[in-house]
Design a protein around this ligand. Structure first.
Ligand code: SAH
Ligand code: SF4
Length: 385
């Protein structure tokens, strides 16, 4: 009996080095990897359709590739055609969400790195659903491929994209479902794919990785040596409040996180972003504003405030307009840079961080620290806040 060959792999899981190694193993000249990468970037993953490859190689690649093509199972359009939320299902039945946001000169894709999330942040719909599984690098990259193909063709899921939309993806934000730094291999490999000139060729600055603050992961991201924008979901400026809003803070408290973010800034030279999901009467007071401003100034970071999207099962709400304005003004007056972000896609549940609200709620697992936090929030909700 012939020995079993290597198991087939989704071609998008191979970065340029991986493709080169595979083609080298098949006895092919060096330039073939570039040819295959070109097809993949154009959304073609069927080796038989890669018409500039010799027939024999196409057949060999068919044996080596196991394309994990996602199926578009739901599509919601908001903001007059400028926001598209896609529910993509992989061959094993797991589904994730991807959001395409169109601006005059920008097309940003918000991508997922996990089906669900184990971090259990109590205000986040994905956190409520729990963790289901890691995505592969290929499954991460494929979300960009789907969006890019739509932009090239001018239509998505049967809907025309608005006039003047860019014809390719310009920015990628890792702000969909899951915690990117809890799936480091797929996050780092996919960042490489998106950045490499033979891959999508996106500028590192156009790629933003958002994290809840996993300190070892931030270090690894810095070691990648690419000036990718780091967004840190802070949401609270004291350990006491952050332990509750972001349960993983109990493992990596604020001082440790701040130190690592400062190191990221020094190492990459990139300005870091602080994300602050503003929750009415929870983290919108002047004490939090003052402490946030101090952290942002020390880090030279820009603060993005996102009013909380309502999440099923959580009674917390976004603050009133007056409180929101006072919070933003206070942080600014204390000398930090701050922007109040638009709430893209809210009318279709499509805002980043508001994914999975309608899908498979409560089916996954959570970190033990997150379970305790969720229970306290539920009790608080029942108390009629
Ligand atoms: N896990 C990563 C990336 C995905 S979440 C992280 O937490 O950073 C992307 C962003 O959406 C985070 O800043 C998150 O805090 C925010 N978010 C989550 N739930 C939200 C909600 N209900 N309203 C507004 N923003 C939310
Ligand atoms: Fe996970 Fe981010 Fe949601 Fe927290 S905010 S539960 S880390 S997806």
């Amino acid at each position: 009996m012939a020995p079993a060959g290597p198991s087939p792999i989704d071609p998008y899981t191979l970065d340029r080095d991986g493709l080169s190694a595979l083609l080298d193993e098949l006895g092919q000249p060096g330039y073939r990897a570039g040819q295959v990468a070109d097809w993949l970037v154009r959304g073609v993953d069927d080796p038989q359709a890669m018409t500039d490859l010799p027939l024999e190689l196409r057949t060999q690649l068919e044996d080596r590739f196991a394309p994990a093509r996602p199926e578009l199972v739901a599509h919601t359009v908001a903001d007059e055609g400028h926001t598209h939320k896609l529910l993509l299902r992989f061959p094993d039945g797991e589904a994730i969400e991807t959001v395409l946001m169109l601006y005059p000169r920008r097309a940003t894709v918000c991508i997922s790195t996990q089906a669900g999330c184990a971090m259990g942040c109590p205000f986040c719909a994905t956190g409520q659903a729990g963790f289901r599984r890691q995505l592969t690098a290929g499954e991460v990259v494929r979300q960009v491929v789907v969006a890019d193909a739509a932009l090239r063709s001018g239509s998505l899921g049967g809907a025309q994209l608005p006039e003047g939309a860019p014809d390719h993806v310009t920015n990628v934000v890792y702000m969909g479902m899951g915690e990117p730094l809890a799936n480091l291999p797929a996050t780092l490999d996919s960042v490489r794919w998106l950045h490499e000139p033979d891959g999508f060729g996106l500028s590192a600055r156009g790629i933003t990785v958002s994290t809840v603050g996993l300190v070892p992961g931030i270090r690894r991201l810095a070691e990648l040596g690419l000036p990718v924008t780091l967004a840190v979901s802070l949401h609270a400026a004291t350990d006491e409040l952050r332990d509750e809003l972001v349960p993983v803070n109990r493992s990596h408290p604020l001082a440790e996180l701040e130190q690592e973010v400062a190191a990221y800034r020094r190492r990459t030279g990139r300005r870091v972003t602080i994300e602050w999901c503003l929750i009415g009467e929870v983290n919108d007071d002047t004490d939090q504003a003052d402490r946030l401003a101090a952290i942002a100034r020390r880090l030279g970071a820009h603060v993005n405030v996102i009013p909380m999207n309502p999440t099923p099962g959580v009674r917390w709400r976004e603050p009133s307009r007056g409180r929101t304005r006072r919070f933003v003004d206070r942080v600014r007056a204390r000398g930090a840079q701050i922007t109040l972000r638009d709430t893209r896609g809210r009318d279709a549940d499509a805002a980043c961080g508001q994914l999975m609200a309608s899908y498979a709620l409560g089916a996954g697992t959570r970190l033990p620290v997150a379970v305790g936090a969720a229970e306290r929030i539920e009790q608080r909700g029942e108390g009629g806040r």
